[in-house]
Design a protein around this ligand. Structure first.
Ligand code: DX5
Ligand code: ZN
Length: 219
């Protein structure tokens, strides 16, 4: 099943100049971004440490497009309320998170996200198979397929993830996002496989024109 939805571009703020955060948010919005992707890392689930709910709240105050918050943390179930209250429109947790090891805790975490008024997303590492998401498809608004090992921006796209997207699109009619090593060429491959949301950090923020970079992802 091909996605008939228009493509949405979600620049990942991880690659922006954090010293000029409000300015970067405004510029990328003016350049045509649909969502802002925010990467939250705890130094445990992934080796890197990034930002918490206070910064999400600050981004919310200076933005006018949806915040797509990607939790790469061991215990997302303990932080749902904090991140929804901070202004997340989409809140995505990882199926591999140690705190979500049982199906019932994972389902109740997704339900809690929705109950607090956000849309619920589930992400998977490159080595996790698409099958791992099957029990949760009915509780999800969004799937986020990692096309690099989560933790850092600027890594090379893993082409094996194209098949995973194709598989998931057969099962899931909601938003199907891809994250990691996305540029005009890999973005096109992922769209052809059925993805409708392209997350891109380096490709947008290290470009000479945010507008051109975002436009090229839609072509
Ligand atoms: C990686 C993050 C990504 C990252 C993507 O763990 O989830 O959102 O910012 O960066 P690029 O687009 O540079 O691969
Ligand atoms: Zn991300």
């Amino acid at each position: 099943m091909m996605s008939s939805r228009p493509v949405l571009v979600a620049p990942s703020l991880l690659a922006c100049d954090f010293g000029r955060l409000a300015d970067e948010v405004q510029q990328v919005q003016e350049a045509g971004a649909d969502w802002l992707h925010v990467d939250v890392m705890d130094g445990h689930f992934v080796p890197n440490l990034t930002i918490g709910a206070v910064v999400v709240e600050a981004i919310r105050r200076v933005s006018r497009i949806p915040l797509d918050v990607h939790l790469m943390i061991n215990h997302p179930e303990q932080y749902v309320k904090a991140f929804v209250d901070a202004g997340s429109h989409y809140l995505t947790v990882h199926v591999e998170a140690p705190g979500l090891r049982t199906e019932s805790v994972l389902v109740s975490t997704l339900e809690t996200i929705r109950k607090h008024g956000a849309r619920a997303g589930l992400s998977l590492r490159p080595r996790t198979s698409a099958d791992a998401l099957k029990p949760f498809l009915g509780s999800l608004d969004l799937i986020l397929v990692m096309s690099v090992e989560p933790g850092f921006g600027g890594q090379a796209f893993m082409p094996e993830m194209i098949l995973k997207v194709r598989q998931l699109r057969e099962w899931f009619a909601g938003d199907l996002a891809v994250d990691g090593g996305i540029n005009a060429q890999t973005g096109r491959q992922m769209r052809d496989a059925g993805a409708n949301v392209l997350v891109a950090g380096t490709y947008v923020f290290h470009s000479t024109s945010y507008h051109e970079a975002i436009r090229s992802l839609r072509k």
